[in-house]
Ligand binder design. Structure first.
Ligand code: SF4
Ligand code: SF4
Length: 303
């Protein structure tokens, strides 16, 4: 099992402590294993980033996504009033701690050989990885609360909701948009986030009143890591999708959902597959140039 060797104390460096704690939680966790298959890790080392919760971007998201989309400040205010009963709480600084969990190499390799539905490894990683990601969020919240800070995982809060809009389902706090704000990657044609460790990953966030140094966004645009969206090249994910849910116009969430919940429903009956609400798919995240890295762009955008 991989270990995180150097550990710094929270008092000495809260940002580094949290980054190391998140990495250690994943790398040293006995549940980070495809136990019933080959014992390979579900997730590789996480990427961790921090965003200023009052970053202008979070207010822009109300225009880009919808006015129902909550800013981190609104998330924490709702958490304090609804969960803790604090009517008038003064919140000064606010941060969003974000991480991405890259799927393990063996899982990606197994899924890259598939063409109509997910491999058993991908299915197991999807349904065993979810509780691991959830328990990591609880762990980060506990770390902060034990030290006197207020914290909440937005997607586990009672006010978190997913709306059905004409162009697909949309939550009132996008974990991908938070990760983008925290410098972890840029958006893709397939509607994912391409990080330095690729697109085959999950992300998550915790909002807190601990002030942390924001991670620089080292990209020149919100689509800089996807060659198709920069110079029209690649497009491999279009061919990978068995449902035709990815086109030059982007990702059709409704068609994708139909494929997952209806067309691929019978995959849940296969031996060794975990019977979640859907089998997993993820074909557009594997055997594509952005699977585990940022692909080369022919004509990079200039600042
Ligand atoms: S496969 Fe190519 S076009 Fe599709 S998201 Fe990845 S980099 Fe972009
Ligand atoms: S998850 Fe599957 S159905 Fe959805 S876009 Fe990707 S390949 Fe297509």
């Amino acid at each position: 099992m991989a270990r995180v060797e150097t550990r710094v104390s929270f008092a000495a460096n809260p940002a580094r402590f949290l980054e190391e704690e998140i990495k250690a939680f994943v790398l040293e966790n006995p549940d980070n294993s495809l136990k019933d298959i080959d014992g390979s890790p579900i997730f590789e080392e996480p990427l961790v980033g921090f965003a200023d919760g009052d970053d202008r971007l979070f207010y822009d998201y109300k225009q880009i996504i919808g006015d129902f989309h909550l800013t981190p400040r609104e998330v924490l205010e709702r958490h304090l009033s609804k969960s803790l009963g604090e009517a008038e709480s003064q919140i000064e600084g606010i941060s969003v701690i974000c991480w991405t969990l890259p799927f393990g190499k063996e899982t990606r390799l197994a899924n890259s050989k598939m063409t109509e539905g997910p491999s058993r490894q991908w299915n197991n990683a999807r349904w065993l990885g979810q509780p691991l990601n959830d328990s990591l969020a609880r762990h980060v919240v506990s770390c902060l609360e034990e030290r006197g800070y207020r914290a909440v995982a937005p997607d586990k809060a009672p006010f978190f909701e997913v709306r059905s809009l004409p162009n697909g389902r949309c939550s009132n706090f996008s974990l991908r948009h938070a990760a983008y704000a925290a410098g972890l990657g840029t958006f893709s044609l397939s509607d994912g986030l391409i990080t330095p460790k690729g697109i085959a990953m999950w992300c998550n966030s915790v909002v807190t009143d601990l002030e942390l140094p924001p991670t620089p966004r080292s990209y020149v645009s919100h689509v800089a890591n996807c060659p198709f969206l920069v110079d029209g090249s690649c497009g491999a994910c279009i061919k990978r999708c068995p449902a035709g849910a990815i086109t030059a116009q982007g990702h059709d969430k409704n068609r994708c959902r139909e494929e997952l919940y209806v067309t691929q429903k019978h995959w849940l009956e296969k031996p060794g597959y975990i019977r979640g609400t859907y089998a997993g798919c993820g074909l557009c995240l594997t055997r594509v140039p952005c699977e585990s890295r940022i692909p080369k762009v022919k004509a990079p955008l200039r600042p």
